[in-house]
Design a protein around this ligand. Structure first.
Ligand SMILES: Cc1cc2nc3c(=O)[nH]c(=O)nc-3n(C[C@H](O)[C@H](O)[C@H](O)COP(=O)(O)O)c2cc1C
Length: 196
């Protein structure tokens, strides 16, 4: 009774949600992706900087170019997932900051005039948004397969530019046959939480 979220939604988002390694061929539509984004865009980031950028890899030609940059164990599932997304951090997010954080438009020049500061902030906040994205995929009744077994420099050169840092590649779709490895244990509350 401690949680406000409906138990079925708790299962969908967390308890029964799994990292899929195989997928059916049911397509994932742009409408589904739009609905997912319109949910996860509300997840919080510092100064509302929202540095996550999403590259949907739809064409067979682009998929082939991506697969060659995946670790061997990730290649088959990346080749066959209905949809694959490259999640990256926009290191030039500060350009949007006066619009995104109108309460304090000076933040752009005060905190983010230097590229290293922007890269640090973008890495953290885009990673947070990547987590929101995975949960958003689950909210659409789909399964996500996030991967960092990736030649990121290769992906950056192939699909992005110097202003974008790739963070992970995510397979998206409905789980196929033998989609999961056995569920691994999680740390218990007492192992993780200290109170001071
Ligand atoms: C950021 C991130 C990177 C991951 N990279 C890979 C990967 O390269 N290859 C892979 O097979 N699984 C990868 N995984 C999957 C994890 O091993 C999996 O999510 C975790 O063991 C929990 O599995 P479960 O959701 O089935 O409980 C990654 C997961 C995350 C969140």
């Amino acid at each position: 009774m401690s949680l406000a979220l409906d138990p079925a939604a708790q299962d969908l988002l967390f308890r029964e949600a799994r990292t899929a390694n195989t997928f059916t061929d049911e397509p994932v539509t742009d409408e589904q992706l739009q609905a997912i984004y319109d949910l996860v865009k509300f997840g919080p980031t510092a100064f509302n900087q929202t540095p996550l950028r999403i590259t949907l890899v739809r064409s067979a030609e682009a998929r082939e170019r991506l697969v060659q940059h995946m670790a061997e164990g990730n290649q088959a599932k990346t080749a066959t997932a209905p949809l694959v997304a490259i999640l990256s951090a926009d290191n030039e997010f500060h350009e949007e900051l006066p619009t995104l954080f109108p309460a304090f438009p000076q933040a752009k020049d005060l905190f983010f005039s230097e590229r290293p500061a922007r890269e640090g902030a973008a890495a953290l906040n885009a990673a947070l948004q990547a987590a929101y994205f995975i949960i958003g995929v689950r909210a659409a009744g789909l399964a996500a397969g996030p991967m960092t077994g990736v030649d990121f420099e290769g992906v950056r050169k192939e699909f992005l530019d110097d202003d974008h840092t790739p963070l992970m590649v995510v397979n998206i779709g409905r789980p196929g046959e033998d989609a999961w490895y056995p569920r691994s244990p999680r740390l218990a509350y007492d192992e993780v939480v200290t109170t001071v």
